[in-house]
Write a protein that binds this ligand. Structure first.
Ligand SMILES: NC(=O)c1ccc[n+]([C@@H]2O[C@H](COP(=O)([O-])OP(=O)(O)OC[C@H]3O[C@@H](n4cnc5c(N)ncnc54)[C@H](O)[C@@H]3O)[C@@H](O)[C@H]2O)c1
Length: 465
């Protein structure tokens, strides 16, 4: 008890001292001699699957769900049966926390609401684990930073990509100075016409809900960059446009199910063929009007579908980044130029693999939370004045390159395992990754570069803490 109080006082003192700078290490240490009491808010596909059914199936000896909350009562009931739990259901978040007194809140609502539940959860004395992105704009971000500093509880952002073995290898090589000091980076991510299009069907297509793909999607990529470079972003300049989806489409319909153009729309997607998605969303549309198979050519879409940015880091590294949302294939490539050489990494570029990757199947495999065989993919280190060396690095097809399951194991199973590459992401990491996207949005509007320091009271550091 004395130890616990001392630990709490210490954490509190550290976070108060922080006021914009130092923030405690983001690692949960539940230290309980009973099962962890968990609640979840937002019982959609990510909540019920990755944070729901998967936790129940793999960690029920260590944790129990004591409450589920969603504003859609129909989805909530389906979520309960799908996850195989018997806990009480709530449409009122505050009542759920008061009634159940959980140890941990998992936030998996749409992005625009994360801040409400994070802040309320910390204020009510709970640890919080939120899905990415931390939030969607700088005002909400500052409110979260303030709430975290006032609280002696922990906030973790579920950055799963960091945990994939392939991404970890890049971190390891850069940490070991395999190419000297990194001076510039080319990073390009290609979403295919299945995965990329899927964002335009849902709330993600509205910038007021998902912050645009600069935030909703690129937060993953910016977090990886910040983590790999071990530095904070300092300034961003960007271009972007909506030229393919939204009003650019040749026709539009009410939704895919009832669309008169289904026979001549390449993007037509039949949700009635997916029993789980139909039961999760379509059967409960009448409660909240959330249409999962919305038309991706509807006029209200107001996000970008092509994006390109230059990012200057506080340690002077410069990055060229782009995101494409209607590529014929899904994959990515990165190249780091350093004072002593170059590191090249890529996944799923079909022309490099001399293979015809079936794009719909790739998307389905990536969404799958099951287990996948470890595969090995190339990565190249090319030292100046030397021949290049190709190494084969572990990679898994399911669950974000194998990151999903490693994140779970580290949080709920191997809680005291060492974390030499600082895989855990806290509020500062969550903030720095979205601030790049927020700065990019502002840069597109103003036509000028945007300083990260102008957005919140976080000051970029050449070397991260
Ligand atoms: N880390 C990853 O790789 C990854 C992958 C997918 C999704 N996500 C994140 O997970 C979150 C959920 O995504 P999703 O695809 O499951 O979305 P979703 O639309 O399927 O689920 C969101 C849920 O929030 C609920 N909700 C909306 N308003 C609410 C309110 N006021 N109170 C309570 N619940 C409310 C909706 O009814 C819905 O059930 C998002 O933040 C997304 O960015 C992360």
């Amino acid at each position: 008890m004395q130890n616990e109080l001392t630990r709490r006082n210490f954490l509190h003192a550290v976070s108060m001292l922080a006021a914009g700078s130092l923030i405690g290490q983001p690692v949960f240490d539940f230290g309980l001699d009973r099962k962890l009491r968990i609640v979840m808010v937002g019982t959609g596909i990510r909540g019920t699957g990755f944070w729901g059914k998967r936790l129940v199936e793999n960690f029920s000896d260590k944790l129990e769900f004591v409450g589920l909350c969603d504003n859609n009562p129909g989805r909530l009931e389906y979520a309960q049966s799908y996850m195989g739990v018997h806990c009480p259901l709530f449409t009122d978040f505050t009542k759920m926390i008061s009634d159940t007194r959980p140890d941990l809140i998992i936030v998996t609502t749409k992005d625009s609401l994360h801040h409400e539940f994070i802040i309320k959860g910390l204020e009510m004395g709970c640890d919080v684990l939120t899905e990415k992105p931390l939030t969607i704009d700088e005002v909400k971000c500052q409110a979260i930073l303030d709430a975290e500093r006032k609280s002696d509880k922990k906030l973790i952002v579920g950055f799963n990509y960091r945990w994939s073995p392939y991404m970890t290898k890049i971190k390891q090589l850069l940490s070991e100075n395999a190419i000297g000091k990194v001076t510039s980076v080319d990073f390009h991510w290609y979403l295919n016409t299945y995965h990329g299009a899927s964002y335009f069907r849902r709330w993600h297509g509205l910038r007021q809900e998902g912050g645009s793909l600069w935030v909703h999607k690129a937060t993953h990529h910016f977090d990886l960059l910040n983590w790999w470079l071990d530095s904070d972003p300092a300034e961003v300049f960007a271009y972007g446009a909506l030229e393919h989806y939204g009003s650019n489409g040749p026709f539009r319909g009410e939704n895919c199910r009832q669309c008169p153009h289904k026979n001549n729309c390449s993007y037509h997607w039949d949700i009635t063929k997916d029993k789980h998605l139909y039961k999760l969303y379509t059967e409960h549309e009448h409660h909240d009007g959330y249409v999962r198979d919305n038309c991706l050519f509807r006029h209200e879409i107001n996000i970008y579908d092509k994006m390109s940015a230059q990012i200057k880091y506080a340690n002077d590294t410069i990055v060229n980044y782009s995101l494409t949302t209607y590529s014929p294939f899904e994959g990515w490539r990165i190249a780091f130029n350093g004072t002593e050489g170059r590191l090249e990494a890529w996944l799923d570029i079909p022309y490099h693999e001399n293979a015809d990757l079936e794009q719909a199947a790739l998307h389905a495999a990536e969404m799958n939370q099951g287990t996948a065989e470890m595969d090995y993919k190339p990565m190249i280190v090319h030292k100046l004045w030397n021949k290049h060396e190709t190494m084969m690095v572990g990679f898994e097809r399911s669950g974000h390159g194998g990151g999903d399951k490693r994140l779970h194991e580290r949080i709920f199973q191997d809680t005291s395992a060492p974390d030499p590459y600082k895989h855990f992401a806290g509020v500062r990491d969550g903030a720095m990754s979205i601030l790049i996207g927020i700065a990019a949005r502002k840069s597109i509007s103003s036509g000028a570069p945007v300083r990260i320091a102008s957005l919140t009271d976080l000051q970029p550091r050449p070397k991260r803490i």
